[in-house]
Design a binder for this molecule. Structure first.
Ligand SMILES: NC(=O)c1ccc[n+]([C@@H]2O[C@H](COP(=O)([O-])OP(=O)(O)OC[C@H]3O[C@@H](n4cnc5c(N)ncnc54)[C@H](O)[C@@H]3O)[C@@H](O)[C@H]2O)c1
Length: 280
């Protein structure tokens, strides 16, 4: 039994984080940098200015940071499919290792999209858009990262974005909930296969986090429920969150930091809720 310092353990290692230009991904990238990791960020081209800003913050902690542009941009509201191209995920990881060295230790498949519509209004394209990023993108990111970790031979941490929706779906967010159930299943199965390589696989399951994603959900729910903007979120925060405040992206980053650290050495295959009691 050891009580390793997370900072010392992380020094000289790389964390790859997708969708780190804003919201939860940004908080995770900055937190892992503060834990001692050098950071590689994969986000879409329109996020470039925001990613540059994250890189500056990480460099201010004395760590290296680079951006690699995975994904082809489609506006989130666009009903044509948002292609998460597996080739680009592999290219992003190759670029990460080329630029920072073969010392990838943490991969966080954070990028995700949510759309809000009653099921009877969901077109095949609408559903495909979410599945491509939240499920296929995450699966391919897990596998591409694990292949690199196996090649390096010193284990690693594969982490993904689940949700409380991995356990309990919500009306008007049905395809999203189904993608997050899939994250939970895939995380469990990957953990079974990769324990032999010293790779632990876990997902984080946030509740209502104060990010642009929830601003979008709020605006769409407000239209469906005939209430004003801000009300859908405020109502759910008040009724559902036992700890009495909305979740900050940093609350999620703390869990990811823990899962990446030696403190979580006996945890794998889990989707861990961090939601202020909202799922109870
Ligand atoms: N916000 C919440 O309340 C909440 C709750 C549970 C789970 N989550 C999950 O956490 C993750 C992050 O959520 P968030 O609220 O920070 O989202 P967000 O929409 O605020 O940020 C998403 C980030 O992903 C990037 N992105 C979008 N499409 C991409 C693509 N094709 N390739 C690469 N990057 C892409 C965006 O540019 C952005 O930087 C998502 O998987 C989400 O489903 C969020």
């Amino acid at each position: 039994m050891s009580f390793a310092s997370p900072v010392k353990a992380a020094l000289g290692r790389i964390a790859f984080v997708t969708g780190a230009g804003q919201g939860i991904g940004r908080a995770i990238a900055c937190r892992l940098a503060r834990d001692g990791y050098d950071i590689s960020i994969a986000d879409i081209p329109p996020a470039k200015a925001r990613v540059d800003d994250v890189i500056k913050e990480i460099e201010s902690y004395g760590r290296k940071a680079i951006s690699v542009y995975a994904g082809t941009y489609r506006p989130l509201a666009c009903e044509s499919s948002d292609m998460r191209d597996a080739k680009q995920i592999y290219a992003a990881l190759d670029e990460t290792v080329d630029k920072l060295g073969p010392r990838l230790f943490v991969s966080v498949a954070n990028a995700g999209v949510t759309q809000v519509k009653p099921l009877l209004e969901c077109t095949p394209e609408f559903i495909e858009n979410e599945v491509r990023l939240n499920v296929l993108g995450l699966m391919n990111t897990y596998i591409a990262a694990a292949k690199q970790m196996v090649k390096q031979g010193f284990g690693g941490r594969v982490i993904g974005a689940g949700s409380i929706a991995s356990y309990r779906t919500a009306a008007n967010l049905a395809p999203y909930g189904a993608t997050k159930f899939a994250v939970r299943g895939f995380t469990e199965a990957a953990a079974k296969e990769w324990a032999q390589y010293g790779i632990r696989v876990n997902a984080y399951g946030p509740g209502i986090v104060d990010t642009p994603m929830w601003d979008h959900i709020d605006a769409e729910l407000a239209k469906i429920e005939g209430i004003s903007q801000g009300e859908a979120k405020a109502k759910r925060v008040k009724n559902d969150i036992l700890l009495g405040r909305i979740q900050e992206p940093e609350d999620v980053a703390k869990l990811v930091s823990f899962l990446a650290s030696e403190e979580a050495e006996y945890i794998t295959g889990q989707t861990i809720k961090t939601c202020g009691g909202a799922s109870l």
